[in-house]
Design a binder for this molecule. Sequence first.
Ligand code: GLU
Length: 326
Amino acid sequence: MTPERRTTRLAPSPTGDLHLGNVRSLLVGWALARRLGWNVVLRMEDLDGDRCRAEWEAVIIEGLRWLGIDWDGPERRQSDRIDHYASAMQPLSEAGLVFSCQRSRRELRAAAEALGAPHAGEGSTISTVAMRPTSPDRMGFTRRTGNHRLMVDPGPETVRDQLLGEREVDVSGRFGDPIVWTRRDTPSYQLAVVVDDLDQGVTDVVRASDLLPSAGLQQRITGLLGGDAPRWWHLPLLLDERGRRLAKRDGDLTLGRLRAEGARPEMIIGLLARTCEMQEDAGPMTADEFVGGLDPERLRGWAERDGSGHRDRLRASDYDLLRIHP
Ligand code: GLU
């Protein structure tokens, strides 16, 4: 038997330029793969029609190359594969797990209140088991007939994370019966990711820990599609000097801005290497040196410390280093 060729994916969304937090997750995933001899695929997750732009796709690809991050084979774009995701809906539909739902968020909140659902007062907009249709004509999947949801049964899903250990996710409590196909005739993020990861033979998903709950749902969907879930590696989130999550909308720590201010790839990588405890200071480092210095065991120690409340923060002095003035 040939041993499994492990594969990871870089899966940016072209909704804006990459910020330092995005860069760090992509860099660590790529470096882990290069260090351990895995395949790396690049996938543009561009299904959010209102927010995704082709120009950002080009900017992201160019930015990754500039940093020294590479991948194997041609890049894939989710929006090119809508028919493929629609085919993946069929077995779910035939198993009686898909129903159409045209409730607005306001109607979902009202339904939760009417049913006395546990989080109703908090304005929950999840579609619960009690809100499933009773009439058979709302069952099944037909394209271009609005939103469709997947029935997700209650009960915890154990996510075995390579860095964080075992985590229980209350998938139904968190996501309810999630939308898997949207009124725009596109799959939802959660469905598309699972279909692609199966199809591209992704064995290892490396990304930031804000997606840990999604791993629970994605694992469920994978099982319903008859596949094996990948190994998960959820990384700490990078925070700014005041402890806030970085966001693309802030604009200040995007790759484009850093480059415009004169930052070199080695400066950015060296700084990120310090934030993930690979070096004491932020001395310059090339992408290849980052690969050489990455120790998966130490990565675990770093991520676990984050799990116990430690968060990775940038320091005010980092802005001087990168010539950025917040
Ligand atoms: N496309 C997502 C993002 O850029 C990442 C999704 C994933 O890694 O599963 O946030």
